[in-house]
Design a protein around this ligand. Structure first.
Ligand code: GTP
Ligand code: MG
Length: 478
């Protein structure tokens, strides 16, 4: 049995950022050469890109775990780590990206349209980049951040101009096979077609695509047959073609009641009312079929349909049909607003990084949430006291300390930074955090101060003030 894959769950992991390097330049007779640890490289993104040569999501069904490469760590001698490589995953035109809750994250239509499904982690700053007038020789570097890890769902909604709908075995696939170069499976049992087939038709100067979706039966909206699942492929089509079987041997069926049944299912599905429709009476090569077609034609025309009598097998009436479809497609295209750009890159929604919140939880724990504090925690090497002190300074400058006090935190209280599953918990020591600024700055090397001439000291003080201002806005070097 063919596996049905127009919906897959995909687990994507972007690359982690490389760690920054803490290194001190060493040269003979120059023991205090200064920090020269380079920054870590950025982790690669996972990017979904529409590639028109890809038609199914089958690849992702077979290997649903995809990871981009990590950034390399920085090195001494101011050598930066190499960035990780982006992982570009080609997807078919019309792929819809959803989160696991079913929210649409992106709707990818048009060759080259891209979506960053997982963003790579930033590389950590090396100690060279962390050095400043008041922290001349930092003995630490920042850690690279982990890349995004996400579970997403890809759903394919075929992008075709024309959709063929009808009962199983009405001849939809046969019709596509004679109108275009597509070679779908054709057989005389119901539900031969399990995934939509696409074909390209050229009629005069118009080129359009035509899709054949799996057969519908009454009750499809209640899940009968293959259900209504496939109708999402019809959603994007601008013209609907009812393919009616004039030669069915089932006694309770005839073209008009078939049409009513399918229309009822389309109505149940919803959202397709405004698509122009035409009717195709197929299999007129069969004598009884031709008679039946002639009999029902006036009835169908009275309902306002344009009716085409064809035989897919006997190659009858096909040219007329393909030109009529071309005309409808051209009209629909002209009515459509121009597509803005063929290439859009959609990025995950930017997180609001303007602030942070402090909340007191039921168990007495104070929780700090915010883009910056959480990121800073991820960047901190907790085995390095200086790095922890630097974190405290940053949190302090952002005003976290103050807010904790306002919220009633006392010395010794637990403070968690980050979400439940992934928080770093501290025993809060306000005096240490507050004192960090006053008791000599971290990373300041007093030995370097001794021989500074007055003018140099003035310049340094000014630089220090500038630096303080800059740091107040925080490091955003990338
Ligand atoms: N005599 C005759 N038989 C036809 C014609 N078109 C299709 N058939 C036959 O009808 C049967 C079903 O054709 P398909 O094209 O597979 O039908 P379908 O609508 O795609 O069916 P599902 O994929 O099951 O929904 C096959 O045995 C075809 O050979 C036609 O014009 N004349
Ligand atoms: Mg078929």
């Amino acid at each position: 049995m063919t596996t049905f894959v127009d919906r897959v769950e995909l687990h994507v992991a972007a690359g982690n950022g490389g760690h920054g390097c803490a290194s001190v330049h060493r040269e003979k007779f120059k023991p205090l050469g200064g920090p020269d640890g380079g920054n870590g490289g950025r982790g690669g993104d996972v990017i979904l890109t529409v590639d028109q040569s890809v038609t199914t999501l089958l690849d992702y069904h077979h290997s649903p775990h995809r990871k981009a490469t990590n950034g390399k760590p920085g090195e001494g001698g101011n050598r930066f780590g190499k960035d990780g490589e982006d992982l570009v995953l080609p997807v078919p035109d019309g792929t819809v990206v959803l989160d696991k809750a079913g929210n649409v994250l992106a709707d990818l239509v048009g060759h080259g349209t891209s979506f960053v499904a997982a963003q790579g982690g930033r590389g950590g700053l090396g100690n060279a980049a962390l050095a400043s007038a008041r922290r001349k020789a930092p003995g630490f570097a920042l850690l690279g951040e982990p890349g995004d890890v996400r579970d997403i769902v890809l759903e394919l909604k075929t992008v075709a101009d024309v959709a063929l709908v009808g009962f199983p075995s009405a001849g939809k696939s046969s019709l596509i096979s004679v109108l275009s170069a597509a070679k779908p499976k054709i057989a005389d049992y119901p539900f031969t077609t399990l995934v939509p087939n696409l074909g390209v038709v050229t009629a005069g100067s118009t080129v359009y695509t035509i899709a054949d979706v799996p057969g519908l039966i009454p009750g499809a909206s209640q899940g009968k047959g293959l259900g209504l699942e496939f109708l999402r492929h019809v959603e994007r089509c601008s013209v609907l073609v009812h393919v009616l079987d004039t030669a069915t041997l089932e006694s309770e069926r005839d073209p008009v009641s078939d049409l009513d049944s399918i229309e009822e299912e389309l109505r149940q599905y919803g959202g397709l009312d405004n698509r122009p429709r035409i009717v195709v009476l197929n299999k007129i090569d069969v004598p009884d079929g031709k008679d039946l077609a002639d009999m029902v034609r006036p009835d169908l025309e009275a309902r306002g349909y344009r009716v085409f009598e064809v035989s897919a097998v006997g190659h009858m009436g096909l040219k007329e049909l393909s030109y009529a479809l071309a005309e409808l497609v051209a009209k629909a295209r002209a009515a459509k607003p121009k597509e803005e750009a063929t290439r859009i890159v959609i990025r995950p929604k930017a997180v609001d990084d303007t602030g942070f919140t402090v909340t007191r939880e039921a168990d007495g724990l104070f929780r700090v949430r915010g883009e910056k504090p959480e990121r800073w925690v991820r960047q901190t090497d907790f085995n390095n006291d200086e790095a922890v002190g630097y974190l405290a300074d940053r949190l302090n400058r952002l005003g976290v300390e103050e807010e904790l006090m306002k919220a009633g935190a006392r010395s010794g209280d637990g403070v968690a930074i980050g979400p439940e599953e992934n928080a770093v918990v501290f025993d809060w020591e306000p005096s240490v955090m507050a004192g960090a600024e006053m008791l000599g700055r971290r990373g300041e090397d007093h030995r370097l101060d001794a021989a500074r001439p007055a003018a140099q000291r003035r310049r340094d003080r000014q630089a220090e003030r500038d630096e303080a201002q800059r740091e107040f806005d925080d490091f955003e070097p990338f």
